[in-house]
Write a protein that binds this ligand. Structure first.
Ligand code: ARG
Length: 406
């Protein structure tokens, strides 16, 4: 939490700016509605697309008094995605929290810039129906409790039609390219697609949905990739040293070419709605498969079993917007501790939409060939098994006898 107080009587608001229609119009709307000067903040979390300098200039052209651009790609990969990888975080067992991880890093910079530039309010372009509004505002509340949040689309009822009219009337420099049929969010950890034809849960995703992945049915020849982990973090790919950001970028390209990481689910939102969501997460799926399998090799059994349960709680907590919470901090201490021995190599075969682990090795391995083998050299004393089972099943036996008597 930042101690510095937002200046009272501040006449400035910092808006999380994407460069799109809604937040561009939001600049003028916020100014009209609050009388405050608007500072635009664009955060690069690896969403690709437009040049950040163009986005910055557009914010100024739309009436922002200042426009700040932050390259947060490495920060996002190191401080937000890597904790998620350590936790093998998948909401509803499938969604690697793409948007849920980026909102806390954007909110962190929103709060920082607001306090540095003397604003008392922060703003974002979310609607009132989704999770992202909760994530932004809960994060800001935890980091800088003196700040207020305002969301023009939600709080000032800024609809798309109104935005287009406003942009035309005010001559805002926004090319209204033909409206994308989907609502999309992107960063280096993946891409999310909602609405349009996908709102009918029976409609299969059309070819126009995909961007990070090629058609898995294209049937490229299988490709092997070896990922080296150190304490749960990917540090090399096929022997070449990489940063976390580079590991994700390389695997998005390589696994994406095989159609790895397409997800299509009905999801339970925090606000109570069930929604149809399509995701493309080639690197996330490959890395989580690999990391989880390395843990299977090196984690003591009870730790492994327990961790899998806590992983689900971690994913729910982050999905629900509580990145900057006490529980999250304590859980991360646990997760970090579990990674002490999670070092080694995992070979993954990429083929037809699947990232399957086909090999693992580690100096920290708990796999003992002599205990596992059925061939000569077996050191497992089978004579101990009989007595073990006798005692292991004793409670069931006693209770079964009692139950039979009734
Ligand atoms: N349903 C996903 C989530 O809540 C994706 C949200 C995408 N956000 C967006 N503004 N389009 O994390």
């Amino acid at each position: 939490m930042w101690q510095k107080e937002a200046s009272s009587l501040s006449d400035r608001v910092v808006l999380a700016y994407s460069g799109g229609l809604d937040t561009s119009v939001g600049i003028g709307w916020l100014k009209d509605a609050t009388g405050k000067e608007v500072i635009a903040l664009a955060v690069d979390v690896g969403q690709g697309g437009e040049d950040m300098d163009d986005i910055r200039q557009r914010a100024l052209d739309c009436g922002a008094v200042e426009a700040v651009v932050v390259d947060a790609k490495d920060e996002f990969a190191n401080d937000f995605v890597m904790p998620a990888l350590k936790a093998n975080a998948l909401y509803q067992k499938r969604y690697p929290l793409v948007s849920a991880l980026s909102r806390p890093v954007i909110a962190k910079h929103l709060a920082r810039v607001a306090l540095e530039l003397g604003a008392d309010t922060v703003s974002h372009g979310c609607t009132g129906k989704g999770n992202d509004q909760v994530r932004f505002e809960a994060a800001v509340a935890a980091l800088a409790p003196s700040l207020t949040s305002i969301a023009p689309i939600r709080d000032l009822a800024l609809t798309r039609d109104k935005a287009i009219i406003y942009a035309e009337e005010h001559g805002l420099p926004i090319k209204q390219s033909k409206k994308n049929p989907y609502s999309i969010d992107k960063n280096v950890w993946g891409r999310t697609v909602e609405t349009g034809a996908l709102e009918d849960p029976w409609n299969a995703p059309g070819d126009d949905v995909w961007e990070y992945t090629d058609d898995p049915a294209k049937g490229l020849p299988a490709e092997d990739v070896t990922i080296t982990f150190e304490r749960g973090i990917p540090v090399a790919i096929d022997g070449k040293a990489v940063t976390p950001l580079e590991a994700i970028q390389v695997l998005n390209t390589r696994a994406g070419a095989h159609g790895v990481g397409r997800v299509d689910i009905i999801e339970d939102r925090l606000v109570g709605i069930k929604s149809r969501e399509v995701y493309e997460v080639p690197a996330a799926q490959t890395l989580i498969n690999a990391h989880e399998e390395l843990e299977n090799l090196v984690l003591e059994r009870d730790l492994g079993r327990y961790k899998r349960k806590v992983e689900a709680d971690w994913a729910n907590l982050i999905y629900d917007g509580l990145w900057y919470s006490d529980l999250k901090r304590s859980m991360d201490a646990f997760m970090d501790h579990t990674q002490e021995h999670v070092s080694g190599d995992i070979r993954v075969r990429l083929q037809s939409g699947v990232a399957m682990v086909t090999g693992r090795k580690s100096t920290e391995s708990l796999y003992d060939f002599d205990l596992a083998t059925y061939d000569t050299g077996d050191t497992f004393d089978q004579s101990h098994a009989k007595g073990f089972i006798e005692l292991w099943s004793l409670p069931s036996k006693i209770s079964a006898k009692r139950n039979q008597g009734k």
